[in-house]
Design a protein around this ligand. Structure first.
Ligand code: SAH
Ligand code: SF4
Ligand code: F3S
Length: 479
């Protein structure tokens, strides 16, 4: 084996954007025997933090580890190799991971041969990698979001040469196709349609940790969806940080509307997608959603703030008026549609009045669900350099006011399903009661229900008998 040279993340390279069109690399996963067999008799444990992009990456990591003949375990103490696929979106997410790495010292003491690997978005951060190298000697392997395909060689080096192995590419490379995958679900699948993000919202670290936007070719995406359908999958969720910009880097105009239409024509039962950016959401998209019943009437449309000045400073490049127009159009064309969103409170110097504008927007849109966050400054982002004079108390008060309003509308929206029948894809048993099944309706409502002859993966009609703030209860209807 060649001598391995460590490569550390470099932030100045991570923010550079070239005009190159996306290059697709078709990986032929042909490993030398000495690498292919390193997992025989060994077990791996994999923990995933963060968003669906990370979940999907973990499925690739699992696929690669299984190709190396490792067996998965759910308990850290049984594992020979441990993976943390991390998220960097907010400081509290990072602190949690660092705390959990701290606790691993004990496992390592019990099993000195244990290999501990850290990957994902935190691994792309210059300061985090520096801290880990200085203060967390229990970490043996660090790799980033751009070189997951290198895992067999990196792991081999960490295990066999017993060297600390660090390889993080700061600049994204090609789109790598044909990597092994071990999917965690049997009926619902994540399908990447693009990687990276070019939006550079001023608060956000993702464009640095995930690199330039790179779209997969439409034919590769469609092939994957068709295969999933053949394998019995009922639902796909098309993934990207800004799905509406799909294809821009391949020179395709209004690419996402075209892609979505083609995916709908595969006749897979259910299609969802995430995340939509209000700026790039075309009116064509609305009509494609309306035209195909297998595109679910449910949309995650992050707004972040209800005030134009704050949106401008966030670099979101749309106005509240544009956002409302989009929501109105979607509600008019697709009357059963439900909405979820993301909102940040306490962006640097957000005034009380500006925050009230966000509450007013929530009143206008009446979301079914919202993920709400207190702003967290991220290394090297433009917002981190903005002066911030809002007290912590004020930030948490705002979050609480916002959350109360969100719960109010969630509950109010759910009332309309009482005594109605919804189509539910059965995910499994309810955690609390094994006689109760659970799944999601087309509108993305969590439904718990009882009934006979129910199999996981079925799509069943459920009559709603009781409504809660964040879920519905019902009974299966027999035809
Ligand atoms: N690509 C998606 C979201 C990615 S991150 C989009 O554009 O909507 C998920 C959510 O985390 C964001 O929508 C935002 O609300 C929140 N977020 C991102 N950076 C943050 C930060 N620095 N502080 C607090 N919340 C943040
Ligand atoms: Fe971050 Fe904005 Fe890109 Fe979403 S669109 S990932 S919030 S930079
Ligand atoms: Fe977190 Fe990276 Fe996703 S920062 S939210 S895991 S893209």
């Amino acid at each position: 084996m060649e001598k391995f040279n460590n490569i550390l993340p470099d932030y100045s390279k991570a923010k550079v954007r070239s005009n190159n069109t996306t290059v697709i690399k078709r990986e032929i996963f042909d490993l030398p025997d000495q690498i292919k067999n390193i997992g025989i008799g060994r077990k791996y444990y994999l923990r995933t933090y963060g968003c669906q992009a990370n979940e999907r990456d973990s499925e690739t990591i699992a696929g690669i580890l299984e190709a190396l003949n490792f067996t998965r375990v759910d308990n850290e103490e049984e594992a020979d190799v441990l993976f943390f696929n991390t998220c960097a979106i907010r400081k509290n997410a990072e602190d949690k991971v660092l705390g959990e790495i701290g606790m691993l010292k004990k496992l390592k003491r019990n099993n000195p041969d244990l290999i501990f690997a850290l990957c994902g978005c935190m691994a792309q951060e210059e300061m985090i990698v520096k801290t880990i190298l200085e203060k967390y000697p229990q970490v043996d392997l660090i790799f980033g979001t751009h070189n997951i395909h290198r895992l067999p060689w990196l792991l081999y080096n960490a295990m066999m040469a017993k060297e600390k192995t660090v390889e993080v590419y700061s600049k994204e490379g090609e789109v790598v196709e044909n990597l092994p995958v071990s999917r965690f679900g049997k009926h619902k699948a994540w399908v990447n349609i693009m990687y990276g993000c070019d939006k550079f919202c001023t608060y956000c670290i993702v464009p640095y940790t995930r690199g330039k936007q790179r779209s997969r070719l439409m034919e590769d995406i469609l092939k994957e969806v068709r295969q999933l359908k053949e394998d019995g999958y009922k639902e796909v969720c098309l993934l990207g940080q800004n799905v509406n910009a799909y294809g821009k880097d391949l020179g395709i105009e209004d690419g996402f509307a075209k892609l979505l239409e083609e995916v709908a024509k595969t006749n897979i039962d259910r299609i969802r997608f995430s995340t939509s950016h209000p700026r790039d959401f075309s009116e064509n998209m609305v009509y494609v959603m309306k035209k195909y019943p297998n595109i679910m009437p449910s949309l995650h449309l992050p707004v972040q703030s209800g005030n134009n000045e704050v949106l401008r400073r966030m670099g979101r490049v749309y106005t509240v008026e544009h956002y409302k127009h989009l929501v109105d159009l979607l509600k008019k064309e697709i009357p059963t549609i439900t909405f979820s969103t993301d909102i940040i409170v306490g962006f640097p110097n957000e005034t009380h009045e500006q925050f009230l504008d966000t509450l007013a927007l929530v009143d206008y849109c009446q979301y079914d669900l919202a993920y709400t966050f207190i702003y967290s400054p991220r290394e090297n982002t433009p917002a981190a350099k903005m002066e911030d004079n809002i007290s912590e108390k004020e930030k948490s008060d705002r979050l609480q006011m916002l959350n109360e309003k969100i719960t109010y509308y969630s509950n109010l929206n759910n009332q309309k399903y009482l005594h109605k029948t919804l189509k539910v894809l059965v995910d499994g048993y309810s955690k609390k009661n094994k006689n109760v099944y659970s799944g999601y309706s087309e509108e993305n409502k969590l439904v718990n229900f009882t009934g006979d002859n129910i199999n996981v993966g079925d799509i069943v009609d459920v009559y709603i008998t009781e409504v809660k703030s964040y879920s519905l209860n019902g009974v299966k209807e027999d035809k």
